[in-house]
Design a protein around this ligand. Structure first.
Ligand SMILES: Nc1ncnc2c1ncn2[C@@H]1O[C@H](COP(=O)(O)OP(=O)(O)O)[C@@H](O)[C@H]1O
Ligand SMILES: [Mg+2]
Length: 346
């Protein structure tokens, strides 16, 4: 039994009191250095009970290091963290029984079948035989692994392994679940299955700390977001809040007459369209940039310009890449101008 396997599941549920706003995870001033690398450089975060916190960050940001500290696999150099009421450094054993963890390391025995793996973990968690059996069946079914139940885990594809790993982390219905990039490298169908399962776990009362490199995944699953880069928190807030900060998409409008750019920008600003914060005219490019968050806003902006009698030569929207989201948040770049435009009209 690997160390990780001992950590993947737990039996204890936090006393549920929906809406009480209690934190299931509290992290303060967490520091972890590897030589001169500051993997965690003073991280503070909270995860409210029964919610999903998305920890968004590029490769090397410190996400896995954070999850490792919070699962007692490594010790922080400074700061402290409390999960489900247990201090990660002082009460590691109690904490391990409360958390589930899926991540970038194997918690599955290669030689055992999928079903045997889940059954064994259930038994290790002191589930009665009958309960361990039914839980194994149930989770294999949930993750579409029933057909592969009797196959050895070593014969599973990458996606199947990931699903088995997730199933294993859920056997004991852990109160707090860490998902470290749970869908990186998965095909869209499998990714959707994983998302459905996470949503179901949360509906059943679990608290989730999810790390991801994907804005879309964070959007699907997270109530709150924390953006981490180089071991530091660089932004946090609700999904819409962060999107608004970053601008979601950028609407690019080319008027037939470049001389009208400034008047168009002013018309948009003065119209006070719902959620449309501003418009920026860039005369050098002959373009007007308008950050938008929805198709409704796109329609409203174009509609407004039409009503005011502006003639448009070209309209496109550009999605910021995750890199641009980070750049925008860190303030290194003012506008999203060099994305690949997606044509919406000509
Ligand atoms: N065991 C380790 N030894 C040395 N450096 C490490 C170790 N683990 C992580 N790091 C470094 O710490 C930083 C954060 O890594 P990690 O937490 O794995 O980031 P992420 O999961 O966000 O990709 C990286 O620069 C990484 O190279
Ligand atoms: Mg990682």
């Amino acid at each position: 039994m690997s160390v990780a396997a001992g950590l993947i599941v737990g039996m204890t549920r936090i006393d549920k009191n929906p809406g009480n706003g209690k934190n299931a995870v509290e992290v303060r001033g967490l520091v972890k250095h590897y030589g001169s690398t500051k993997a965690l450089d003073g991280v503070d975060l909270d995860v409210r009970e029964g919610t999903v916190l998305g920890v968004l960050g590029p490769n090397g940001a410190g996400k896995t290091t954070l999850v490792r500290v919070l699962s007692t696999l490594i010790q922080p150099d400074a700061g402290h963290a409390v999960v489900a009421g247990y201090d990660v450094v002082k009460q590691p054993r109690a904490l391990r029984r409360t958390i589930g963890l899926t991540g970038q390391y194997a918690s599955v025995d290669e030689k055992l079948s999928g079903w045997e793996n889940l059954y064994m973990i259930g038994r290790l968690l002191d589930l009665p035989r009958k309960k361990a059996r039914s839980r194994a069946d149930e989770l294999l079914e949930r993750f579409s692994l029933t057909d592969a139940a009797k196959k050895a885990a070593m014969e599973y594809s990458g996606g199947m392994r990931r699903r088995l790993d997730l199933a294993a982390s859920m056997i004991g219905s852990p109160a707090v679940l860490y998902l470290d990039e749970p869908t990186t490298g998965l095909d869209p169908r499998t990714r959707n299955e994983v998302w459905d399962e996470v949503q179901r776990m949360v509906a059943e009362g679990a608290t989730v700390l999810l790390t991801t490199q994907y804005m879309e995944e964070a959007e699907q699953l997270a109530n709150e977001l924390t953006v981490i880069d180089k071991g530091r928190i660089i932004a946090r807030g609700g999904v819409d809040e962060l999107k608004a900060k970053v601008g979601g998409r950028t609407l690019q409008i080319r008027p037939s007459d470049p001389a009208q750019l400034a008047a168009m920008a002013q018309a948009i600003r003065e119209a006070g369209l719902d959620g449309v914060a501003g418009a920026q005219a860039v005369p050098d490019e002959g373009l007007l940039y308008v950050p938008i968050l929805s198709d409704e806003q796109l329609t409203a902006v174009i509609g407004l310009l039409g009503t005011r009698g502006f003639s448009l030569a070209h309209v496109a929207t550009a999605l910021p890449s995750l890199d641009e989201v980070f750049l925008a948040i860190t303030g290194d770049k003012a506008t999203v101008t060099d994305t690949t435009p997606q044509e919406v009209a000509a």
